[in-house]
Design a binder for this molecule. Structure first.
Ligand SMILES: C[S@@+](CC[C@H](N)C(=O)[O-])C[C@H]1O[C@@H](n2cnc3c(N)ncnc32)[C@H](O)[C@@H]1O
Length: 258
């Protein structure tokens, strides 16, 4: 028997980011599997539950939290160890999901609520593909509003110059790979604001930064990197202190004509 799985992009935090397609898919789901990463995720699990209550007022769905396999500190690893660590973690996650899905009635529809868009820095599609290697699944993916789209909209900017590319990367890679030829660089997954290390090399870079986009505590800053970075560091630290967690994303671009 084939089981149905919906991988649903839910946007970057605001219930208003949910698309009609996402709501339709959410209403078809019987069981949502939610990875429980323990530290900050109680709030993220609650946020998903609140979205479901809003989008599915008639109820009829269940939440199953799946303890996330332990993953060592990424910062201490070289690139090879990092890739292996991620591969092991994906495999363990796939095994946990498989066990739960196998135990469900075969006609129940399974849903994964993915923050932002499932195509960017999220492992759900890869992990579900691994589950599908040994279980008969039909997988449907619904796109969501990614954090960097919410960032661009909040700052009312186009991310790239006319006809130019945009480079999307992580804080982990930024300092090694940045060069002015990249044009606009969008940085996600950067708990340490790695752009601080570019200030001496490229103080005139422009930055558009956004934290907790779509949430009531949203903060935005923009300007010349060297001028605004200290304030961004301080605002980020304050949000983290006040809310227990913070997610932020930023775009860097050379001054036009530089
Ligand atoms: C694991 S990645 C998931 C990205 C997600 N799939 C997306 O499309 O936005 C998490 C990163 O997304 C960014 N992010 C997600 N939600 C955000 C928000 N509401 N405000 C700012 N950044 C956010 C941050 O860079 C965070 O480190």
């Amino acid at each position: 028997m084939t089981r149905r799985v919906h991988i649903i992009g839910i946007g970057a935090g605001s219930p208003a980011h949910l698309t009609l397609e996402a709501i339709e898919a959410m209403r078809a789901v019987d069981v949502f599997l939610v990875a429980d990463k323990r530290e900050t995720t109680a709030q993220l699990v609650d946020a998903r539950r609140a979205l479901c209550e809003k989008a599915i007022p008639d109820g009829g769905f269940r939440f199953v939290t799946v303890p996330d396999p332990k993953r060592g500190p990424d910062a201490d690893r070289d690139a090879g160890q990092y890739r292996q660590g991620v591969a092991d973690w994906h495999a363990a996650r796939a095994a946990a999901y498989r066990e739960i899905i196998e135990g469900l009635p075969e006609d129940e529809v399974v849903g994964f609520l993915v923050w932002g868009d499932p195509a960017f820095y999220d492992s759900t599609i890869r992990v579900v593909d691994t589950v599908a290697d040994s279980l008969d699944l039909v997988v449907h993916v619904v796109p969501g509003i990614s954090a960097f789209q919410a960032l661009a909209a909040a700052h009312r900017i186009v991310l790239h110059e006319v006809g130019q590319p945009v480079h999307i990367t992580t804080g982990r890679r930024l300092v090694d790979e940045w060069s002015p030829d990249l044009g606009t660089v969008v940085v996600m997954l950067d708990g340490h604001l790695a752009c601080r290390e570019l200030v001496s090399r490229a103080p005139d870079l422009r930055i558009w930064w956004g934290a907790s986009l779509g949430l009531p505590q949203q903060e935005l800053r923009s300007g010349r990197l060297a001028d605004v970075i200290d304030e961004i560091v301080a605002v980020r630290a304050r949000l983290r202190k006040e809310h227990g967690w913070v997610m932020d994303v930023y775009a860097l671009a050379p001054e036009p004509g530089a």
